[in-house]
Design a binder for this molecule. Sequence first.
Ligand SMILES: Nc1nc2c(c(=O)[nH]1)N[C@H]1C(S)=C(S)[C@@H](COP(=O)(O)OP(=O)(O)OC[C@H]3O[C@@H](n4cnc5c(=O)[nH]c(N)nc54)[C@H](O)[C@@H]3O)O[C@H]1N2
Ligand SMILES: Nc1nc2c(c(=O)[nH]1)N[C@H]1C(S)=C(S)[C@@H](COP(=O)(O)OP(=O)(O)OC[C@H]3O[C@@H](n4cnc5c(=O)[nH]c(N)nc54)[C@H](O)[C@@H]3O)O[C@H]1N2
Ligand code: SF4
Ligand SMILES: [Mo]
Length: 888
Amino acid sequence: MAETIRTTCAYCGVGCGVLAAPQPDGSVAIAGDPDHPANFGRLCSKGSALGETLALDDRLLHPEIGGRRVSWDDALGTVADRFRETIDRYGPESVAFYVSGQILTEDYYVANKLMKGFIGAANIDTNSRLCMASSVAGHKRAFGSDTVPGTYEDLELADLVVLAGSNLAWCHPVLYQRLAAAREKRPSMKVVLIDPRRTATAGIADLHLAIAPDGDTALFSGLLRHLFEADATDGDYINTHTSGFDEALAAAACFDGARVAAETGLAREDMKTFYRLFAATEKVVTVYSQGVNQSVRGTDKVNAIINCHLATGRLGQPGMGPFSVTGQPNAMGGREVGGLANMLAAHMALEDPGHRALVQRFWNAPRMADKPGLKAVEMFNAVADGRIKAIWIMATNPVDSLPDADAVAQALRDCPFVVVSDVVAKTDTIRHADVKLPSTGWGEKDGTVTNSERRISRQRAFLPAPDEARADWWQLAEVARRMGFGEAFAYGTAADIFREHAALSAFENDGKRDFDIGAYQDVPDADYRDLRPFQWPQGRGAQPAQKRFFTNGGFFTADGRARFVALRPSGAAMADEAYPLTLNTGRVRDHWHTMTRTGKSPRLSAHMAEPFAEIHPEDAARLSIDDADLVRVESRHGAAVVRALVTARQRPGSVFVPMHWTAEFAALARVCALVAPVTDPLSGQPASKNVPIRLERFEAGCYGFAICARRPNTEGLDYWALARADGGWRIELAVREEMPEHETFFRRLLELGRNDDGAEILAYRDARRGDHRMAAFEDTRLLGALYLSRTPVAVAREWVTGQFSESHADPRSRFLVVAGRGKTARPDAGATVCSCFGIGINQIAAAVRTGCTTVEAVGRSLSAGTNCGSCRAEIKEIIDAHRLQAAE
Ligand SMILES: Nc1nc2c(c(=O)[nH]1)N[C@H]1C(S)=C(S)[C@@H](COP(=O)(O)OP(=O)(O)OC[C@H]3O[C@@H](n4cnc5c(=O)[nH]c(N)nc54)[C@H](O)[C@@H]3O)O[C@H]1N2
Ligand SMILES: Nc1nc2c(c(=O)[nH]1)N[C@H]1C(S)=C(S)[C@@H](COP(=O)(O)OP(=O)(O)OC[C@H]3O[C@@H](n4cnc5c(=O)[nH]c(N)nc54)[C@H](O)[C@@H]3O)O[C@H]1N2
Ligand code: SF4
Ligand SMILES: [Mo]
């Protein structure tokens, strides 16, 4: 039997334990680790499909300079020389590192040490700036440290869970499943969702507050006021453990019912219901994520939430507390090593001279950074205006994920020296690299990550490093050595780095700092290899480790008290008449960010195969946009063309476009090109959820859907979006002109020659509708099929996409492909809902119509939702929608 390796999921901050078993045929069997305390054996759709992302075909496998393969020695020598020359000539602030919450703690530690202690500037920032910076700033303002007080168990123990700006069902699916299971067991438990959209998460919510964009500070300030007026505050707690309550309450005075209603757009009744519920429930957890963080006032939103927990003393106790859920697998680890430009290692403060001296002593550092460096958006501005002349980007794709993304691309084009470390050969960012460094990816790399509940788990290698791919920490240490810092970077293994990181966390600590894992500073190699997941703090001799922070106060401020923050109204945002709608951006269930990994899995690509804009029916009607039309979304910074998805789940005036589609997967759908480079003044986090835009129908003369055995040629298409399918690719397309000459068009798409290739093309034309349908075969093998129409193509996509796996020996079956439908009147499965069993929305709807009235019944009938469970929220929605229809 193949050996099974325990590791941690590559994706979200839930940090699920994974069992990976490489098989003799080269595949890897993936299962949830029943012993891991984050997931107890569960995995979501993305986690279960990890095995489908390990193929090497698109990997970067050798170092390159200027597009030519070179040796590691040449590549590392060039990086070290160019950084050294640039520093000598223009000073340490002329170089930068831009890293990521997807590198391991060990990688992150080395990057931070090299920049802040040896290069001697703090121009290292990370994509966590786009993700967690407002939570970090809010925690520090309230607690004096960046501490997440609670644990996942608190969501299960709470009587009220408030989900603010979090689509937990899709973005933290296993934590969502834990919450859903707890609620099922204890139906008295209540869930409130605060999100402008009615997301899949609304399925478990007793109350959904469809808040106006950025109304959260008003909502929670109004709550603080209500708590006081309803006598629901905890005077003893406030007196003993906090300061600043009176000022915060005075500031909240202006948030009366009328103001809160105006800023949130909520019905007074709904607001009151929420306020009463919060006031009356002792065990409350408020979970928050990007709807809170990614805002011009993200830090204020965080403190508005924390204020309410401090005022009621609901913090540090079982089932209580504010809970910032982290996005990336190692967002927390990055904070622990001080990967942000304004932090120092081991949760120390860059602006504190005592901390700087301590870290300098510990590192024996020649040149410590003495002031904060540039935050992500500022950093790329500095690249654009030439202050930064050399940048090393590692495990992030800023040309797709930073605001004003076209300007970011231009800045990199103009930058004299760009190094990119990535696992894949083609991304929108690596295109601009002078030096490309191949990194080991998930399953090959070795180290630790920290999840949202401060739990440190091992990511272990179960595959050999392919070709010349090397660990990120190794690349950094080798460059450090070549820059003359060999002694301080003489690491042999990830374990060496982990021990140093643990030792620094304990160094002259004595309980003064929250982050302490001193218990591991001498961990032997074998114990590091076998390290079981553990939660910090875990200081030397501290037994047993505490589970929650601040159970008896003890905040990391000078006086040990937590701080209330007095929050003022934001003042009305300036309306931009030319851009009257609001763009909200975020995630879908089965894709991860820029799709470099999930885009490889046909299963995951089937859930949402195309970029889209969710538009409220009123807005759509006003703009003459029909469902399935193409729309052009435009801001002052850029534009995108995506499919219209007209739905009442959206708020009027708001449009939601996912962040995932890049130039690798679509013609024009990099949504960050539209996002204004506007940031929260305290945290520097971009406001990616509230961007002024306008919308119009994209006039196409001809629409198409095609499947292609090879990656299709997209030249000449005005719109296209590609997705992997079993056996090939699927593509949605459109051209502005009238119906093109179809066979030439088809041949170009499939990259077939004129007539000399032995391909047989079958075609059919519906003269009345003007539709063209055609399919190409090489003997009995399907090469591709194309369906063209003057209106958005209505073909059963799942059926067509399935045709690569069918036999086409029988000529009749070839004609069926052209017709775009099966022999029997088997209905189209519809868009995939359950990716584990490939069950589509039409199949589930049919099961519901024939009597399956619960998620379980659908599961018994179709198996849908019975493996990873990520689609259970959507299945429930389909059932609820049917119930509504039936009641009408
Ligand atoms: N499937 C999937 N899961 C992921 C990821 C992924 O790429 N794909 N990425 C991971 C990462 S790095 C992160 S950071 C997390 C993010 O996890 P989430 O924060 O849950 O995800 P988002 O979709 O970015 O945004 C959440 C919600 O905020 C809402 N929102 C927008 N504006 C406001 C507002 O003003 N107020 C409120 N209250 N809500 C608002 C949006 O409508 C959206 O539904 O997900 C992680 N998990
Ligand atoms: N409009 C809008 N923009 C957003 C957001 C939003 O909600 N809306 N969310 C923001 C948030 S929260 C986040 S976290 C960011 C995410 O945005 P990015 O970090 O840009 O997205 P990823 O696709 O995760 O990029 C990771 C890159 O690292 C590579 N990689 C994977 N593993 C490794 C490894 O081990 N080593 C190396 N060297 N490379 C590796 C991948 O191939 C990929 O190219 O996007 C932010 N941008
Ligand atoms: S919830 Fe899903 S994506 Fe997140 S860690 Fe668990 S398996 Fe991975
Ligand atoms: Mo994130």
